[in-house]
Design a binder for this molecule. Structure first.
Ligand code: B12
Length: 208
């Protein structure tokens, strides 16, 4: 754990975050560890926002800093020639958070999945159309807002009503989600980290 990086991210010290990330990459610290610390830092930003120590502008800046440094780590995840199968990902309608989703998409691509990224604020109809077209074994839905949990639940229910659930696992992810939410929305799996996500998906395709 790199305390300096967590602190710099929490305090929105962009120059320091960039400097730390550059030096960690140079010292061959695994990129997923760097991302985990950035995530810890940005969680503090979120808490400060909740406690009204930070405002919307700080939330926006934190997102910009995170996006900038995740670009710096991209080259560590070169796309591979797909050896697993299709993976559809998107952020549920009503929610525009996409940093975590984009990281998951990049790492999944680099791990041999053909990733179809539907973007943010994705409707149930868009998820269903993509499932019909790409026939994946697994889809991932990102959700960071409490007031979108019901959207997630309805979307998953509609996918089930279409009869897709038999051959399809539904993964969910996003900072504020927990096991209670997973059960409430009836998803198959909640992944809190990128490693968990890639391992779970690889197993599914390896089993077939
Ligand atoms: C940056 C940020 C923003 C940025 C987003 C920029 C962007 N392009 O994404 C901006 C400024 C736009 C924003 C807006 C808002 N935000 Co905001 N935001 C955050 C913040 C600080 C960080 C989120 C983030 O990027 N984290 C870093 C990434 C890497 O982490 P992650 O998303 O959790 O992803 C990881 C895992 O969860 C997982 N994962 C993520 N998705 C998926 C998907 C799958 C399929 C899988 C398997 C795994 C997975 O993998 C990732 C890597 O480990 C969070 C705080 C927090 N604790 O999450 C608040 C937070 C999510 N926001 C919050 C709020 C309230 C809002 C606004 C409603 C504010 C407002 N008043 O307008 C709006 C919502 C607008 C909307 N309709 O969506 C609240 C939500 C509270 C709640 N319980 O609902 C939070 C929790 C802050 C807080 N503590 O109050 N936000």
């Amino acid at each position: 754990m790199n305390k300096a990086l967590i602190k710099a991210m929490a305090e929105l010290d962009e120059d320091m975050v960039i400097e730390e990330v550059k030096s960690l990459i140079k010292s061959n610290v695994p990129v997923l560890e760097i991302i985990r610390d950035l995530q810890k830092g940005i969680e503090i930003v979120g808490k400060n926002f909740e406690q009204e120590k930070y405002f919307m502008s700080e939330l926006i800046i934190s997102g910009e800093i995170f996006k900038e440094v995740s670009q710096m780590t991209r080259e560590k995840f070169p796309p591979s020639t797909s050896k697993y199968g299709n993976f559809i990902i998107g952020t549920i309608y009503g929610d525009i958070h996409d940093i975590g989703k984009n990281i998951v998409a990049t790492v999944m691509r680099s791990n041999g999945f053909y990733v179809i990224d539907l973007g943010t604020d994705v409707s149930t109809e868009e998820f269903i159309a993509a499932i019909e077209q790409y026939k994946p074994k697994v889809i991932g839905i990102s959700c960071l807002l409490t007031n979108c949990f019901d959207n997630l639940r309805k979307c998953i229910q509609s996918i089930e009503n279409k009869g897709f659930r038999k051959d399809l696992k539904i993964l969910i992810g996003g900072g504020p989600l927990d096991e209670y939410v997973r059960k409430y929305v009836k998803a198959d799996m909640l992944c809190k980290t990128i490693q968990e996500t890639t391992e779970y998906c690889k197993k599914l395709y390896d089993m077939s």
